[in-house]
Design a protein around this ligand. Structure first.
Ligand SMILES: [Zn+2]
Length: 221
């Protein structure tokens, strides 16, 4: 309790300081950051790390879970050549890999269907719904789409624990690629969808010479 109060007082003082010194942009950014992290101020940094590590350890044991991810290094991504934005490419890749996974666990008389859940965001909502419609009509670049339910479900991530789990996985992948942090990454990467020894579910879109675990395991045949 005490820690929570002290952290809140410190944050308030900091915001006032930024406001009175006219650092408007930083003020707005910090205000948002503080608002989003307010539920966790009773935990120290070490405790927060411990919490996410424990969650990642659970995820790594979930034999029923499959991780699909597209990590695009924007330095090596050219939207003109790709003919689409990085976000669009990522979405198309994820839909294709998820669809392929559903195809692989389906039988002719027992088709398995999948539903996409998105974090609620109006701009993304419009774009992805339109893209999904296109994929259903024409398929993606990689596959026909007939196992994925046509309209993505948009949910409030604060109320939906599975979206928070997906966020944690995205965080672990990003920290690995940007900062070389392996602990969380190795745990969640256990769940990457695999065909034989190849981790087909997760891809790192970057320079071809990259030798990170994601690239190495994605190439293995
Ligand atoms: Zn790589």
């Amino acid at each position: 309790m005490r820690r929570r109060q002290e952290a809140r007082t410190y944050r308030k003082q900091h915001l006032l300081q930024l406001q009175s010194s006219g650092q408007n942009k930083l003020y707005k950014r910090m205000k948002k950051n503080y608002r989003n992290t307010d539920s966790y101020v009773h935990l120290s940094y070490k405790e927060r790390r411990q919490l996410i590590t424990e969650i990642a350890m659970h995820i790594s044991q979930w034999g029923f879970a499959r991780l699909f991810a597209e990590c695009i290094d924007k330095v090596h991504f050219n939207p003109t050549i790709a003919g689409m934005s990085a976000e669009q490419q990522a979405f198309e890749q994820i839909v294709s890999r998820f669809e392929r996974f559903l195809q692989s666990i389906s039988e002719p008389k027992n088709k398995n269907y999948g539903l996409l859940n998105h974090d609620n965001n109006q701009t993304v909502e419009m774009k992805h719904t339109a893209l999904m419609r296109e994929f259903l009509k024409q398929g993606t670049l990689w596959t026909e789409v007939n196992h994925t339910i046509e309209t993505p479900l948009f949910v409030d991530s604060e109320l939906t624990s599975m979206v928070q789990i997906a966020d944690l996985c995205a965080y672990a992948l990003r920290r690995y690629l940007e900062n070389g942090e392996e602990e969380l990454f190795e745990l969640v990467f256990e769940r990457a969808d695999r065909r034989g020894n190849t981790a087909v579910g997760v891809r790192h879109y970057t320079d071809q010479s990259c030798s990170c675990t994601i690239c190495t395991r994605h190439r293995t045949t």
